[in-house]
Design a protein around this ligand. Structure first.
Ligand code: SF4
Length: 492
């Protein structure tokens, strides 16, 4: 019944080819993964909470996302009988479907509210709300005001949720009116795209902005999976400049090309196929580590809606850590760990265990330590009785990312990246995450949040084992990476 919707319009606004592929080659799209599903679920949960800011409305949600006919009819009927608040108000205008989260009629007239689970207004919000307003006004509903309802990240929960504080309402009518000037022409263009041949759009920066396109596996199939110019660290447009000149591989870059020193190093590594090592810098850094050495890693959850007193929207809450302790260089590590029981605020018991497990002497080594430092600072802020002990831990932090970030060890298999997930297989290929049920932090976070909210559908005891195995592997990986760096310095 409709040619375009808000989501297809936004897709086509980013790239007409993406719209065409979505309509004609849907099978090329990857399935929705657990992380995307979690984002959708969060959006739904936040949307329902925001409705309570405007209580007593009539809900016109469709029964299924594939049939908006009854929702459109319900919206028209609600307006006709004088309803003042309509949730999921659905409209069709010239083949374009739009469903608005909350439509309100008060003494001033009709007002549109779109709910976002973000903590502010983004340009893309203006784009999609402009389309919605075009469709709504096309139905003869003049809008006197238009706003985004979003989460307020300054809100700190105290007791029951205070919805007036949890949400902020930002007026965007002026920006929407400006954007609307281009909406009719865009709609006309996109309708033409749908009935035409597949548009010949080359890949470009638009493939990942504002959203990562669903069709990259299709359009980027000709780009080499390894050693391409898109692996440049800190590329700042250099990759596209080279690509436009037909240079797709790092090894094809001319010797006289202007590059940063890190990019030059990356090209040399790709050409030689061997690691580049700055032994003096590595030796100095390794020599400054103070033992006992505590290889340390946090896992966190970030609930959009604060679950506990004293927390804010999207605050990172540590729920788990792993520590491998080495008493001397090369010594067999001892393992210590903590995983919260998911029955309440995890921070107090986790902090007590952490202070005990990290002892008082020796460096605390993390990978990308600024993350751990920030979490420790937040714990010190929120649990002031533990602040002195936490500050002493912060003062002992060192970063295992440093040698890789600084370029003191660059291996071809790292492909210009330096996360532990890339560094580990490059340095310790026999140790990976492939045998684990939980293989990355996003999944760990998602699963633990499901435990918190009672929505985990599987075996809870098994999940707890899987989470501990994952976090433990992270810090054991650090032990093994450090071991390799030690051997490299010795020239082995
Ligand atoms: S991958 Fe890039 S070129 Fe291909 S459809 Fe998506 S945005 Fe367009």
């Amino acid at each position: 019944m409709h040619l375009l919707s808000k989501s297809t319009y936004i897709r086509g606004r980013q790239c007409p080819k993406a719209l065409w592929l979505y309509k004609h080659r849907r099978e090329l799209m990857p399935p929705v993964d657990a992380a995307q599903q979690a984002v959708f679920d969060t959006g739904h949960q936040v949307g329902l909470l925001a409705q309570q800011l405007f209580p007593g409305g009539v809900d016109c949600s469709p029964e299924t996302p594939y049939d908006f006919g009854p929702a459109i009819a319900a919206t028209q009927a609600a307006i006709a009988r004088g309803e003042r608040i309509i949730y999921e108000a659905a409209f069709l205008h010239e083949g374009v479907l739009a469903a608005l989260d909350i439509l309100v009629h008060d003494a001033d007239g009709w007002k549109a509210y779109e709910v976002k689970s973000s903590t502010g207004v983004k340009d893309t919000n203006i784009h999609d709300v402009a389309l919605q307003c075009h469709v709504i006004e096309g139905n003869g509903i003049p809008l006197v005001d238009v706003s985004i309802v979003h989460l307020n990240n300054a809100y700190v929960r105290r007791g029951a949720l205070d919805l007036q504080q949890l949400f902020a309402i930002t007026r965007i009518k002026d920006a929407v009116d400006q954007e609307r000037l281009s909406v009719p022409a865009r709609i006309a263009t996109l309708k033409q795209v749908l009935v035409g041949e597949e548009p010949a759009v080359p890949i470009g920066p638009h493939c990942s902005a504002p959203f990562t396109c669903d069709f990259m596996a299709h359009c980027w199939a000709h780009v080499p999976g390894h050693g391409s110019v898109f692996e440049f660290s800190n590329a700042r447009g250099k990759e596209w400049e080279l690509y436009a000149r037909g240079i797709h591989l790092l090894t094809d870059i001319p010797a006289d090309e202007t590059l940063t020193s890190k990019q030059r190093l990356q090209v040399e590594v790709a050409r030689s196929g061997r690691p580049q090592v700055d032994r003096p810098a590595l030796r100095r850094w390794l020599g400054e580590l103070r033992y006992p050495l505590f290889h340390f890693d946090f896992e966190t959850v970030m609930p959009a809606v604060p679950l506990f007193d004293g927390t804010r929207p999207y605050q990172q809450l540590p729920f788990q850590y792993s520590v491998h302790v080495q008493r001397a260089p090369g010594a067999e590590p001892q393992h210590r760990e903590h995983l919260a029981d998911a029955t309440g605020d995890p921070r107090e018991t986790l902090t007590l265990a952490l202070i005990r497990d990290l002892e008082e002497e020796g460096d605390v080594l993390a990978y990308n330590a600024s993350f751990e430092k920030q979490r420790l600072q937040e714990l010190a802020r929120d649990l002031p009785t533990h602040a002195p002990a936490l500050q002493r831990i912060i003062a002992r932090l060192k970063d295992l990312h440093t040698p890789f970030k600084a370029g003191w060890y660059v291996a071809p298999a790292m492909n210009g990246r330096t996360s532990i997930k890339v560094v580990l297989p490059a340095l310790v290929p026999e140790l990976s995450y492939a045998d684990l049920a939980v293989q990355e932090g996003g999944t760990a976070s998602l699963r633990f949040q499901q435990l918190f909210t009672g929505n985990y559908p599987g075996d809870v005891a098994q999940l707890r084992q899987d989470l501990m195995a994952y976090c433990g592997r992270d810090t054991y990986a650090m032990v093994k990476v450090l071991e390799v760096l030690g051997r490299v310095v010795e020239g082995e």
